[in-house]
Each structure stands twice: as C-alpha cells, then as structure tokens.
Design a binder for this molecule. Structure first.
Ligand code: SAM
Length: 222
C-alpha cells in the first residue's frame, strides 16, 4: 500500500488572515490533522470551515501517539501537523514525529508560512543576512554563559521570551551588552497591539510596560 504524506503546515501567529492558500488547501485535503491543542486549533479550523478529524500531538505526547500517527501514514492516510501558532518544529513539537516519518520512508512536505522569528527579524531593522536563533533561553542553568555568547556574537541574535520573564532577562542582559548594542523587542506580531521597541538595552527596558502581557521576540545586534 502506498504510504500517506506528512505535511508540516505553518499557521498564523495571531492574525487569522495569515493562513496561506496552500495551507488551507492542504488542511482541507488531508485525512487527519495532528494539532498541538485541538481546542486551540478549532479557532483557526472553524474560521476556515475546515472539518477534518483531529488528533492532539504535543510536546508531552509519547511514543504511543507517534506510533498512532505513523499507523495512519503507513495505511495511506495523509496527515497535516499544525502547532498552536507559526511553524511546527520551530520551538514547537514536530521533531520526533518528523524523524519517525523519515525513518519509515514517509514523505515529509513543508507548507511554509508564518513564524514569529522571521516576522520579527524582517521588520527589526537589524542585519538579517546572518542571524543566530536560540529559541527559548534556559530558565535556570546556563543563562550567564548564553548572555556572554549573545554579547560576543558577530551575528544578530534572536530568541523567544515569555512576558513574565521579559524584564528580568533584559535586565540581566544589560550587564553583558555594550551601551551601543542595538536591541529590538517585537510584541504581539500581526495582532492589534503589535509593537516594536527599539534602542539600546536601557532605552528598551524603559519603554516596556511594568507588567508585560502578550508574546515577545527579542533581537540583539552587539
Ligand atoms: N512555532 C512558533 C513559530 O514558528 O514562531 C513558535 C512557537 S513558541 C512555543 C511560542 C513563542 O513564539 C512565544 O512565546 C513568543 O515568544 C513567540 N511568538 C509566537 N507568536 C508571536 C507573536 N504573535 N508575536 C510575538 N512573538 C510571538
């Protein structure tokens, strides 16, 4: 029996209008949609009136879930993998399933679209010909070493940060960066409260509200 294909489908990072035509076509055509969170996925899928069977697949999904999805693929079903926002596999679940699919000779097809890292970088005004993406920084061990690496990097460095750690991270980074380092923090990209804070690290810290809310990408060019 011919195996199905695994489609890695990027979905909007806030603005529902950012789903590509091809992503919509694929989501309408597959037999199963593996979603990071089925309830969260319903917002997008209902908006586009896409009514396909859904299965949850998240970072804590074990081997059983991977095997279940692999059974669909091996039995000829096409499966789309989506995350809560942006591109699956980019600081989001996907790697284990993609690796299992490749190991079993299943075709893995990327359907490109939004990702917060690229969306933030392209409007940052920082050099983007080369950049270093660090995902989420560690919350405990290894932060100081990484801050030093960020400060020493010849490339623009970009990483994700949660709202409740944003000020702490920027304040700690301040001790490592030179005053001429350029910092850009992108908030709530593609959403109503989209904001870019730009300047030196001290300037940026001053601009950020005391109790930040929303989603953030931090970019630094030392
Ligand atoms: N796979 C996603 C992608 O391709 O962008 C990233 C998923 S990661 C779990 C979620 C983090 O991405 C958030 O904590 C935030 O740092 C960043 N992010 C996602 N959407 C964002 C947005 N609309 N504006 C700013 N940052 C965003």
């Amino acid at each position: 029996m011919e195996k199905g294909s695994l489609y890695i489908v990027a979905t909007p990072i806030g603005n529902l209008g950012d789903l590509t035509f091809r992503a919509k076509e694929i989501l309408e055509s597959v037999d199963l949609i593996a979603c990071e969170d089925t309830r969260h996925a319903s917002i997008l899928l209902n908006h586009y009136k896409i009514n396909k069977p859904r299965l949850s697949f998240h970072s804590h999904s074990g081997r059983t879930k991977v095997d279940k999805i692999m059974d669909y693929l091996k039995n000829g079903s096409d499966v789309a993998l989506i995350s809560d926002a942006g591109t699956p596999g980019i600081s989001d679940p996907g790697y284990v399933l993609i690796q299992a699919a490749l190991d079993d000779g299943v075709e893995v097809i990327p359907i490109p679209g939004p990702s917060a890292v690229i969306t933030a970088l392209c409007a940052s005004g920082l050099p983007t010909d080369k950049f270093l993406y660090l995902g989420f920084l560690p919350t405990k061990k290894g932060r100081q070493t990484l801050f030093k690496k960020i400060a020493d990097s010849e490339y623009t460095v970009v990483f994700y940060e949660s709202p409740h750690r944003l000020i702490k991270t920027l304040t700690q980074l301040k001790d490592f960066l030179s005053p001429d380092s350029k910092v850009v923090v992108a908030k709530e990209l593609t959403k109503i409260y989209e904001t870019f804070y730009r300047g030196s690290i001290s300037d940026v810290i001053k601009q950020i509200p005391e109790k930040p809310k929303g989603e953030y990408v931090i970019m630094i060019k030392s």
